[in-house]
Design a protein around this ligand. Structure first.
Ligand code: GLU
Length: 413
């Protein structure tokens, strides 16, 4: 077992110990139900065939169909996909939506593909996994470097194979082809609702804090926009090319257009360029990692000055770092709660597909707010009852309790 999944299982064991969970259920949750690895041959523009490697890990479906995104990234590996699939299982249980957990990935650098190559790769993924996915089996969605257009190709290819229009096979589709209004901003908006709940509990006022957002993809950018429009001061943001900082606050709308024009947030006129490492170590009260795993690790944990970390990306804080941060009384709002807005609205999209009745954006956002605040309240209450500031373990207690109950009631035999 390699490092990341090892840590995942450690966290599971630690939580189960606190909860006194029966070993039978724990045994089941320790391993994914199914791991699938396939070869994806793609005809490249130069006339040659390139074979990519694709994964789907179906972790657990005791509470509903497997659910989780597909990641396209050069560093994708099975250990990572297994960890992400486990986190989806916990996330859906914490959010109390009727899904299990899964995750997919392809080892690829999308920046090196033409649009045609990207389409052929996405369709190859749908063909390769056609027998394993489906609205009541396993429902993929976007993740790092996948987007609504890719979901549209997967949905189209799957529908052709099955001979039936099947929008419910993936979520995060464009609204023109049965996607949901509000899905594109759902992860960020959900994170914002949780963030404001935490501020309220901790009696922190908007004007007392500065925010730093690491990652300016769909999730980081939309969170920065939502927070900026709500009057929060964001002094730093970053993307893979570097970070920018202005202690007086950034005009996020202008940063968004700057990124659209230049391809990066760096070299923005009203800020100075800083390194990505520096952004994480700024004296800002709130740090929002919204990129890849392990950004905060044993090397930089002692340099973190934030009071609250809102995990909008999956797995940004390693276990070793978390121990150090907790000693410093830094509150970590865990990924399985903080970024669950995405999969919550994926659930709403799927409900709309299955019923063929489409909701207004105001209903999507109101229902998201209700669902995620309910999850927050239970997690906060458990954390308080444990007398500590370990919100991750509290969230795991909520999720594992629901999974274990479902396993018990359905029966293992
Ligand atoms: N990839 C997102 C996540 O990690 C969304 C998953 C989904 O909507 O199924 O939560």
């Amino acid at each position: 077992m390699s490092k990341q999944f090892n840590e995942v299982i450690d966290q599971l064991n630690k939580t189960c110990k606190i909860m006194n969970v029966d070993n039978n259920e724990l045994e089941i949750l320790r391993k994914p139900d199914r791991i699938i690895e396939i070869s994806l041959p793609v005809l490249m523009d130069n006339g040659r065939v390139k074979v990519f490697t694709g994964f789907r890990v179906q972790y657990n479906n005791i509470r509903g169909p497997y659910k989780g995104g597909i990641r396209f990234h050069p560093k994708v590996n099975l250990d990572e996909v297994k960890s992400l699939a486990f986190w989806m299982t916990i996330k859906c249980a914490v959010a109390n939506i009727p899904y299990g957990g899964g995750k997919g990935g392809v080892i690829v650098d999308v920046k090196k593909l033409s649009q045609g190559e990207l389409e052929r790769l996405s369709r190859a993924y749908a063909r390769g996994f056609a027998d394993f996915i489906g609205p009541l089996k396993d429902v993929p969605a976007p993740d790092v470097y996948t987007n609504p257009q890719i979901m549209a190709w997967i949905m189209d290819e799957y529908s052709r194979i099955k001979g039936e229009n099947t929008p419910g096979v993936v979520t995060g589709k464009p609204v023109e082809i049965n996607g949901s209004l509000g899905r594109d901003t759902a992860t960020s908006l959900g994170g914002f609702f949780v963030f404001e709940q935490v501020l309220d509990k901790m009696k922190i006022k908007k004007n007392q804090i500065n925010l730093a957002v690491q990652g300016f993809g769909n999730v980081g950018m939309n969170f920065a926009l939502i927070a900026y429009n709500a009057g929060y001061k964001i002094t730093a943001v970053s993307d893979s090319k570097g970070a920018i900082y202005n202690e007086k606050g950034l005009n996020i709308k202008e940063v968004v257009s700057h990124k659209q024009i230049t391809g990066s947030v760096i070299n923005f006129k009203n800020a100075k360029n800083i390194t990505n490492e520096k952004l994480l170590e700024l004296p800002n009260e709130i740090l929002i990692p919204a990129a890849l795993e392990n950004a905060i690790n044993k090397k930089n944990a002692n340099k973190i000055k934030a009071k609250i970390i809102l995990e909008l990306g999956n797995g940004p804080v390693t276990q070793e770092a978390e121990i150090k941060l907790q000693k410093k009384h830094i509150l970590i709002i865990p990924d399985v709660l903080a970024n669950s807005g995405g999969v919550i609205v994926s659930y709403f999209e799927w409900v709309q597909n299955l019923t063929n009745y489409y909701w207004e954006q105001t209903k999507v956002e109101a229902d998201l707010k209700k669902q995620i605040i309910n999850a927050f309240k239970i997690v906060w209450q458990i954390m308080e009852s444990q007398n500590n500031n370990d919100m991750r373990t509290a969230a795991y207690i909520v999720g594992i309790r629901r999974l274990v109950n479902a396993l018990k009631i359905r029966g293992i035999k």
